[in-house]
Design a protein around this ligand. Structure first.
Ligand SMILES: Nc1ncnc2c1ncn2[C@@H]1O[C@H](COP(=O)(O)OP(=O)(O)OP(=O)(O)O)[C@@H](O)[C@H]1O
Ligand SMILES: [Mg+2]
Length: 513
């Protein structure tokens, strides 16, 4: 029921739950048509009229103006999934929607939400265990490549899947740490060329210009100072106003300032650096002096790029000029600026042992390059997750169907109504293969039945390259186990959260929808 309570509107009990569940179902329905290689794209138009064409679940929900609180909770799942891996966002939202839809049917049969929550949490835990058991720990380069290819199937990058997948695998092999942090492979977009020109750069590419006209445009084997302070005086106007009253004082002040800048430049040069990169700025005098001795300087580099630079070049970002020593300097094979009509890029490349690299994605238009970059983000996220966790599983709905079957057997071991909840959880997982089939124009009931029959001896899924139900792992349709565990865990978490709500208290200022 809906009532006014002082400053709040109160929606209680079953009405609140039904409303929230309805919203979750709608969200799942919005994204489900994009699932899988045969999924469709969405065209999104923002308030400024900017158009985004995408297949990415997170992007769709992130761009939508979502106001309903339950809808925002669902959108949050896709955000977490995006942050953790970058892929599987559609799957996560769909699972949450179906878990809640199935819960509704139990509530209608008078099963208490607390029991449903308990059943769902247990089922999720059991699902994690089964996935672990099912996972293969061999992650050869071939498998990593298949993972990248699987995640890019059906996305804008499809035509160049092979090349892009090779770039991702090479990138991981270049960094080659025990555990690679997400984000260490930077994607730099470039418009005006074609995807097949995309390349791996063993270092960092900055969307920047060299800060002074008369500086060199290229230096081989540069010695690079990385600063998070500028070679400038902060807020000179403020200081002048507060301290200076006569022209003499002004001149003395400026000359003291110039001395101090000169000293800073001398200290940097004393380390033998011939490239200075800073997160802040340069005084004109500093630029002039650096240019005079053939040093390259670039200002206003963002923090992410600076971290990447430190990892790629082996240098250290220094926050006081007095601290800067020769051993803090980063090294690379070359630094060079490449300018054309569309853009200016600075390459700091051919680093000897880069712990951060860049994939340059070329494409003809902004819409395409954006969507290719989104697909590539998924590919990179998946490959890094598989590489770090050493755990991969078959795709094409194989894991979901395998889990569904095992969870139904697990449900039989439980007593009372919790059994019903675990069964409903198991059924919810079928939503994934069902939709993969539907989006490809196949009969989903036939496909599900065939998978059930064939998975007696091991997991099988739907191979959408040939439309057959078979061992998808062998067919190279492979995903990191983490996509599945993360999607299941966050979908369960949000479903449980929504089921526990039995009052919605909306402030009178809350958005209406
Ligand atoms: N060739 C294929 N045949 C069958 N299924 C495939 C194939 N390639 C990928 N899939 C399946 O497609 C699903 C992934 O689809 P999609 O990438 O559209 O959604 P998502 O990963 O959940 O979300 P998003 O990529 O939008 O974050 C997975 O279940 C995967 O196993
Ligand atoms: Mg995906």
């Amino acid at each position: 029921m809906v009532e006014k309570v002082g400053e709040y509107t109160q929606t209680t009990g079953v009405v609140a739950k039904v409303q929230n569940i309805q919203v979750a179902k709608e969200m799942a329905n919005i994204v489900k048509t994009t699932l899988g290689p045969k999924g469709m794209d969405k065209m999104l138009i923002d308030q400024q009229g900017k158009i985004i064409i995408t297949n990415d679940g997170f992007t769709i929900l992130d761009e939508m103006d979502i106001t309903h609180p339950a809808a925002r909770m669902i959108a949050e799942i896709s955000k977490t999934q995006e942050a953790e891996i970058g892929d599987g966002t559609t799957t996560a939202v769909m699972l949450a929607g179906r878990l809640l839809e199935n819960a509704e049917s139990l509530i209608n049969k008078r099963v208490h939400p607390t029991i449903i929550c308990k059943g769902y949490s247990n089922a999720a835990e059991e699902a994690n265990r089964i996935i672990k058991e099912l996972s293969t720990s061999e992650v050869s380069n071939d498998i990593l490549k298949n993972i990248a290819m699987t995640s890019m199937t059906g996305k804008a990058a499809e035509g160049s899947r092979d090349l892009l997948a090779d770039l991702v695998v090479s990138a991981v092999n270049k960094i080659k740490e025990d555990s690679i942090e997400q984000g260490r492979i930077k994607i730099q977009k470039v418009t005006g060329s074609t995807i097949d020109k995309s390349e791996l750069v063993e270092g960092v590419v900055l969307e920047q210009i060299i800060s002074h006209e008369s500086m060199p445009r290229k230096i081989e084997n540069p010695r690079i100072a990385l600063l998070d302070i500028g070679l400038e005086i902060k807020n000179p106007e403020m200081e002048i106003i507060s301290n200076i009253s006569t022209p003499d004082q002004l001149e003395a002040f400026r000359s003291a300032e110039l001395d101090s800048i000169k000293r800073m430049v001398e200290k940097v040069l004393a380390t033998d650096a011939n490239v200075v990169l800073t997160q802040k700025g340069f005084d004109d005098l500093a630029l002039h002096q650096l240019a005079k001795v053939g040093v390259i300087a670039i200002k206003r580099i963002n923090k992410y790029d600076m971290d990447q630079l430190a990892r790629a070049t082996g240098g250290r970002v220094v926050s006081s000029i007095d601290e800067l020593k020769e051993e803090d300097l980063g090294k690379a094979g070359v630094i060079r600026e490449v300018k054309n009509k569309e853009s200016s890029l600075v390459y700091i490349e051919k680093c000897a042992d880069p712990k951060a690299v860049t994939i340059l994605v070329h494409s003809s238009t902004e819409h395409i390059v954006d969507e290719v970059a989104r697909a590539l983000t998924d590919g990179i996220g998946d490959v890094i997750a598989a590489y770090n966790d050493k755990a991969v599983v078959p795709g094409g709905g194989a894991v979901e169907m395998w889990l569904s079957n095992k969870l139904k057997a697990y449900a039989m071991t439980l007593n009372g109504r919790e059994q019903l909840a675990v069964e409903k959880f198991a059924e919810a997982l079928e939503f994934i293969p069902e939709t993969l089939a539907e989006n490809a124009g196949m009969d989903s009931i036939d496909v599900i039945t065939e998978i059930k029959q064939k998975q007696e001896s091991g997991p099988v899924g739907l191979n959408l390259f040939n439309g057959k139900v078979e061992d998808t792992f062998k067919a190279g349709i492979i995903e990191p186990s983490k996509i599945k565990t993360q999607a299941i865990n966050s979908a369960t978490e949000v479903a449980v959260m929504v089921l526990r709500i039995d009052d919605i208290l909306a402030s009178k200022n809350a958005p209406q929808n």
